[in-house]
Ligand binder design. Structure first.
Ligand SMILES: [Zn+2]
Length: 397
């Protein structure tokens, strides 16, 4: 260690000398000749007691022994710093951590965020995640709605995503609120609603975290919040009501103006007959798996029979696929359900089944009036579907 250390000291000495020579004309004693860099320059720490370690180097990229750095925190009530740059979160807030070495100093910004504790039955309350990027509106109905792609916030602290889809599903953020209002107006009870307020260029909560957040700790935290809120709602529905339904709300720009219902059954699989659908493994690989089992009915009936969501929507004047009138997209572009439906539908676990709603734009998402009209239809359709297939809709009903 000492041998290595002396070699390193020689290197720094030469570097210092070089900087002093290069900096001729500067007055001074060499103070500040070495520019220090603390990494990372800003850090988000989540929860009291979480740890992180800061590193120090020179601006030229030379290693600085962290054991020789003098560390201090400007707000030890928020975050303390120990030898070798070990930072520990103490309370929510902001702390500047300074590293001093060889007459130079550098500062890193630490933010400690304490996760929101939510009460999933606190009907009428709104829970906001950090900086309001994600919002959870709890309810008491056995119905959960999420809107991952309608947000508009573009905070500078989150870099733009550089791969994957970044298009916003226009007006689905507002539609989710209007749907909630429609349920309350109709039933005097609210569904659970989870909304991402971030623009999709910053976060895509309908993807796994790597593609979703692309390394930004702020986007990763928002992703954790979005999914934590859905998980909380889902667990509450299962524990309190036994089973439920989850809808992930989207907007599509496909040529055919019809609502696309995604159950994880591909467009190609929808081309087969009802007999084939019901005889095969299709129900078990769909997001309605638990519902098919609990009703004892056929998969094809739930998917596109006379009591399916597609049928109920069609009866309300909303063209939908799959439905009795439109049993398969027949080769046209069609969204069969994504990450969220796979994660929160019943294919892999539990008694909450799921369906992805992909809404067309004209006459549907375009005006406040059309959104309100669809929201009322949506509330009626969900109530009818759940009354038919779950045997209840309102709690205790
Ligand atoms: Zn979408």
């Amino acid at each position: 260690m000492s041998e290595h250390s002396s070699t390193w000291r020689d290197t720094v000495g030469i570097l210092l000398l070089a900087l002093l020579v290069a900096g001729c004309g500067d007055s001074g004693t060499g103070q500040g000749a070495v520019v220090l860099v603390v990494g990372p320059s800003s850090t988000l720490m989540v929860g009291i007691g979480s740890f992180t370690t800061l590193t120090v180097s020179t601006e030229a990229g030379n290693f600085v022994d962290p054991g020789e750095v003098d560390w201090s925190s400007a707000a030890p009530g928020v975050a303390t710093v120990a030898d070798r740059g070990l930072v520990r979160a103490q309370a929510g807030g902001i702390a500047h951590i300074t590293a001093r070495w060889s007459g130079s100093s550098a500062t890193a910004l630490i933010e400690v965020w304490i996760p929101v504790e939510v009460d999933p039955s606190a009907d009428g309350t709104s829970f906001l995640g950090r900086k309001g990027y994600v919002e959870y509106l709890p309810g008491t109905l056995p119905f959960i709605l999420s809107a991952p792609h309608g947000g508009a916030l573009t905070p500078a602290e989150i870099p733009d995503r550089t791969f994957g889809v970044t298009l916003t599903d226009r007006n689905t953020e507002r539609m989710a609120e209007q749907i909630r209002d429609a349920f309350i107006a109709r039933t005097e009870a609210a569904p659970h609603v989870i909304i991402s307020r971030l623009a999709r260029i910053k976060l895509d909560p309908n993807r796994e975290i790597v593609e979703a957040a692309q390394g930004s700790p702020f986007a990763e935290n928002a992703w954790d919040e979005f999914h934590g809120f859905i998980e909380t709602a889902r667990a509450w529905v299962e524990n309190e009501l036994g089973s439920g339904l989850y809808v992930d709300l989207h907007g599509h720009g496909h040529e055919v103006n019809r609502l696309e219902l995604g159950y994880l059954t591909s467009g190609t699989d929808l081309d087969v007959s009802n007999g084939v659908l019901d005889a095969g493994n299709f129900a078990a690989t769909s997001s309605l798996k638990a519902l098919v089992q609990s009703t004892g009915g056929s998969f094809s009936e739930l998917l596109r029979g006379s009591t399916s969501l597609g049928a109920l929507l069609t009866d309300e004047g909303v063209p939908a696929v799959p439905s009795p009138a439109d049993p398969t997209p027949a080769g046209a572009p069609y969204f069969s359900g994504g990450f969220n439906i796979a994660r929160y539908g019943s294919r892999d676990r539990g008694t909450v089944s799921g369906v992805q709603f992909e809404l067309h734009f004209p006459g549907m998402r375009d005006t406040e009036g059309n959104r309100a009209l669809f929201s009322q239809r949506f509330a009626r359709v969900i109530e009818a579907f759940m009354t038919e297939h779950y045997g209840f809709f309102r709690p205790g009903g």
